[in-house]
Design a protein around this ligand. Structure first.
Ligand SMILES: [Zn+2]
Ligand SMILES: [Zn+2]
Length: 250
């Protein structure tokens, strides 16, 4: 009875298909758990992007990988020096995950953050423990955007990841200006677009080792800019995790 009331008051949705979940169901529905695979196989050593043609949703996750694609860095990281050390995402940004992250960002589904943080932790607990960051820092949104939406999806991810890992969250950086959406911009335009967008908070103590958190990784320009600002403030090493990464060209 009490549980029924809780289900009614706080309905849970599958983060991948948005179907209402029954009380006995886990975080994600059985069909999505089966059809949306975590990233496996060879990935870029810098950004964690899959190397080669990843299998489609619902395909055998081990299919489609070819020896020819076993390079160390993705095409993007071979072209561009990144400021951050290393990072990864559990999912490829496409189909169900893409639609899901758009709902998380734009239509109030902040509740999905628990699922994505759990996926990040499941996919990379060992790496995160090896890096030993002192704090988890979400990529901030501009205050105006925060007011309109009532939350920042990166901050929601950071809070859940902090609870799972025991690494404290910190917000030493704020977003000085609103940037135009990165979608549709070239990598060079993206970097220019975010330049000067972030500022250190006055008097903020900057942790030495920082794990940045964001929802989507495309070219890493936002994370590079955040890293530069944090390093200028005294951070020594900066890593990142995202909920999903664009497949890109291998
Ligand atoms: Zn589902
Ligand atoms: Zn890469």
């Amino acid at each position: 009875m009490i549980q029924k009331a809780a289900d009614w008051l706080y309905p849970r949705h599958c983060p991948l298909c948005d179907r209402l979940l029954k009380r006995e169901e886990p975080m994600v529905c059985a069909s999505c758990a089966e059809n949306v695979p975590l990233i496996r196989g060879p990935v870029c050593m810098r950004c964690g992007r899959p190397l080669g043609v990843p299998p489609a949703d619902g395909e055998n996750p081990d299919a489609g990988w070819s020896e020819a694609f076993r390079k160390e860095y993705c095409a993007d990281c071979r072209k561009r020096q990144h400021s951050f050390e290393q990072g990864f995402a559990p999912y490829i940004y496409r189909t169900a995950v893409q639609a899901s992250l758009l709902r998380m960002k734009y239509t109030g589904r902040a509740e999905y953050a628990g699922f994505y943080a759990a996926s990040i932790w499941h996919a990379g607990e060992g790496r995160i423990r090896r890096w030993r960051p002192d704090a988890i820092v979400p990529v901030p949104v501009h205050t105006g955007r925060w007011r309109r939406r009532g939350y920042n999806q990166a901050e929601e991810l950071a809070v859940h990841l902090s609870a799972l890992s025991g690494i404290p969250p910190a917000e030493p950086v704020w977003r000085k200006r609103h940037t135009v959406p990165q979608r549709g911009l070239t990598p060079q335009e993206r970097r220019k677009n975010v330049r000067g967008a972030f500022r250190l908070r006055t008097g903020a103590e900057i942790p030495r080792g920082i794990l940045l958190v964001d929802d989507i990784y495309t070219t890493g320009s936002t994370l590079d800019e955040m890293t530069d600002v944090l390093r200028a403030g005294g951070a020594r090493k900066v890593w990142f995790v995202c909920a999903a990464i664009a497949a890109g060209e291998a």
